[in-house]
Design a protein around this ligand. Sequence first.
Ligand code: AMP
Ligand code: GLY
Length: 416
Amino acid sequence: MDILVIGGGGREHAIVHALSKSPRAGRIYCAPSNAGINMIAEGVGLAVSDFEGICDFLDTHPNIKLTVVAPDNPLADGLVNELEARGHRAFGPRAEAAIIEASKKFAKELMKNNNIPTAAYEAFSDCGPAVEYLKKTAYPVVVKADGLAYGKGVTICSSFAEAKKAVEEILLDNIFGNKNPSVVIEEFLEGREVSVLAFTDGKTIKAMPPSQDHKRAYDGDRGPNTGGMGAFSPSPYYTKEMGEWAMKHIFLPTVRAMSEMGRKFKGVIYFGLMMCKDGIKVLEYNSRFGDPETQAVLPLLKTDLLDIMEAVIDERLDEIDIEWSGETAVTVVYASGGYPGSYEKGKEVAIGDVGGCFVYHAGTAIKDGKLVTSGGRVLAVTAKGKDIPDAREKAYAALKNIRIDGGFYRTDIGLK
Ligand code: AMP
Ligand code: GLY
């Protein structure tokens, strides 16, 4: 069968790559795609927000029997609802379930009502009471904008002045442009972070190997927050016992609560967890595969991804055994100079011998026959090995043969 994947980053390259290994996969299309994905799929010039265009494209390509919606915005805006209404089969949660990522307030209430461990919090839509609360609370404190904010909605504030500014920007200046801006103010949690992605059909949930993202731009976790500068999987810090505990106290209760609310979640759910001294707590939910975690996790998948996605859609995930290779993967992101701030596009990208590594493209294009940058995160290089040091060595050896004019990458992914 033919497949359409919606998105055009490193995560989508990893998804397309995994799907392309399925013996049942025919032609794979990707919208809007990128230069790397175009090497294994057919790029379609449609934006992820162009629901009408996407539906029309499917109407004229009847061999496409599955559309995989990867990014957060079209999921939150109801692309899956729209596709289903037009008679197309889609992988990903409907809008009423994707709200678990799109509204922090919704997610916090869900956790509170179901005794799912998370940071203590209060939600506000008026500035006065929020500022009063900030006068009494302990610092550091975390201020989160409700709604999708391109990864920029969270500020960790060490003082009242800083927190007040963050709250005012969200509620008074409405910098994220929400219809009804609101804010979640929550307790600061200390510990090591782990991302657990899981397939779920609303009844059964199957966790993928745990991974760890590296959000800061520079070595030693310094510099500004980014979309993610690298990852490794599995995370050795998250033990099997922790996984069992989280399944019982976090994963299953979340999926069950969503179904009971008439918001059955089908797709990939992402649990951003903090391993605190007093136990595991949820930092955030995402309604999709993570980026760059997916580029580290999917290369370890042995089972046919297409089979898993169809089992999710048909609600028979319990019938599928999902196998993983048992190896470790390390992914290093190569970014444009200046990222996550402003950066120039159109810089030359040269990829030499990378041995057995995977080079996932995130922001690349072809211009005048040459591979050039077209985004902040340009490539994600994944190596597999027997453990983190082994995979790390291979990934960095490959990076020596890759050059992005003016670009940079962290040299410490998987070191700590
Ligand atoms: P979120 O968008 O909610 O995942 O937040 C982005 C990042 O902010 C997380 O991955 C954490 O690194 C950090 N963060 C969020 N909430 C907290 C918290 N309560 N305590 C400490 N760090 C947090
Ligand atoms: N790596 C974090 C995210 O995908 O949201």
